[in-house]
Ligand binder design. Structure first.
Ligand SMILES: Cc1ncc(COP(=O)(O)O)c(C=O)c1O
Length: 367
């Protein structure tokens, strides 16, 4: 097939790479590439989704019952909640509503791979603020990077793919200094895996900052990645504007029913999340003992800093039955999966260090 595009399209879209999904795993390998929950869906959730059989009808575009349930969960009104087909589609809606040609959207980098694409689609410019030396979001540098053209700042905590988190007090100080008419989105896709009490939970700040919107999802801790349900919490007038940029009917009736059902399963969800966070801390500790310089993670994944060796380490992981997410020239994000994935993961990581001793903490620090 010829590489020539046969019609006139926007050059910036042609230049942009489409979002690349985490790799599937071959048989006998573990898929640790998409930060999914490794457990099968709960019976009640399967029953709710399969019980929603009115395929001949459009779903409720406003997701009324789900918004109500989420509002009650957070002590908010339904108008302060917007539901979408995963938080990624809500982030697209927000970017489209906030920024157009000539405007800037700021976010940390490295961070969620989908941010650059949504800014390009909106016709706006990305301002990527590098993480600090500890792979954390650098809020001071973000404040310094605000210009008259900034229309939206996204802060991802815990940050994908490093797992590092923003503290509540530093985020509050940051919000105090951001102009009050500048939209800030706290992307908290992994908040349920946070165990450090100092970490950001932006819901506490909603009442004081009308320019703050929080993005959350049922894809991660709640295990509904395949059904596509996410939500925003924020000021009703702001969320209304985001609703205008939505493609209608994206959240199916099956997804809405499953989401309502999983929200009734708080104890089971909590138990599953605890299992993952305990495994995360064990895996990180074991990797540090091997000599890996792993940043603290408060999410359901850990970050292996590999620099230029990322693709070579990825090869060793694959040979060891681990399919992770590799960022060439930078590092590898490994999701915390089923218990059986831990020993092959640790064995492969140990082999990688043997092969490339430079990756060890002390060696990397000496550079
Ligand atoms: C930081 C972050 N935000 C948002 C999302 C989007 O998740 P979803 O669209 O499944 O809700 C992801 C998914 O990986 C993510 O890592």
């Amino acid at each position: 097939m010829s590489d020539v595009v046969p019609v006139k399209l926007r050059p910036e879209i042609l230049a942009q790479r489409a979002y690349k999904q985490g790799q599937p795993a071959p048989a006998n390998s573990f898929k640790l590439s998409s930060n999914e929950l490794p457990f099968a869906p709960l019976d009640s959730v399967v029953a709710a989704a399969t019980g929603a059989t009115e395929f001949n009808r459009y779903p409720d575009a406003a997701a009324t019952k789900l918004r109500q349930a989420l509002a009650e969960h957070y002590g908010l009104t339904a108008e302060q909640v917007l539901v979408g087909a995963g938080s990624v589609s809500l982030l697209y809606q927000a970017v489209l509503a906030a920024a157009g040609a000539g405007d800037e959207v700021m976010y940390p980098w490295r961070s969620f791979e989908a941010y650059p694409g949504m800014v390009t689609v909106a016709g706006a410019s990305s301002v990527q603020v590098p993480l600090d030396r500890d792979s954390r979001v650098d809020l001071d540098a973000m404040l310094d990077a605000i210009t008259d053209r900034t229309r939206l700042i996204i802060v991802c905590s815990p940050n994908n793919p490093t797992g590092t988190y923003t503290r509540q007090d530093e985020f509050e100080r940051f919000l105090e200094r951001v102009p009050s008419d500048l939209l800030v989105i706290a992307d908290e896709a992994y908040i349920e895996f946070v165990t450090d009490t100092e970490a950001l939970n932006a819901t506490r700040l909603l009442a004081d900052y009308p320019n703050l919107v929080i993005a959350r999802t049922l894809s991660k801790a709640y295990g509904l990645a395949g059904l596509r349900v996410g939500y925003l919490l924020g000021n009703p007038r702001v969320l209304n504007a985001f609703n205008t940029t939505a493609i209608p009917f994206l959240v199916s009736a099956q997804a809405q029913a499953a989401a309502l059902a999983v929200m009734q399963e708080a104890d089971s969800v909590r138990a599953r999340v605890n299992e993952i966070t305990m495994r995360r801390d064990e895996v990180r500790r074991a990797l540090i003992d091997q000599g890996w310089p792993i940043p603290e993670s408060q999410a359901n994944f850990v970050w292996l800093p590999c620099g230029e060796l990322a693709e070579r380490v990825d090869e060793i992981l694959r040979q060891g039955g681990i399919v992770a997410r590799t960022f060439p020239g930078d590092g590898i994000r490994v999701s915390i999966g089923e218990e059986a994935s831990t020993s092959p993961l640790l064995a492969a990581c140990a082999r990688a260090l043997e092969r490339y001793p430079y990756l060890r903490r002390e060696e990397a620090e000496a550079e």
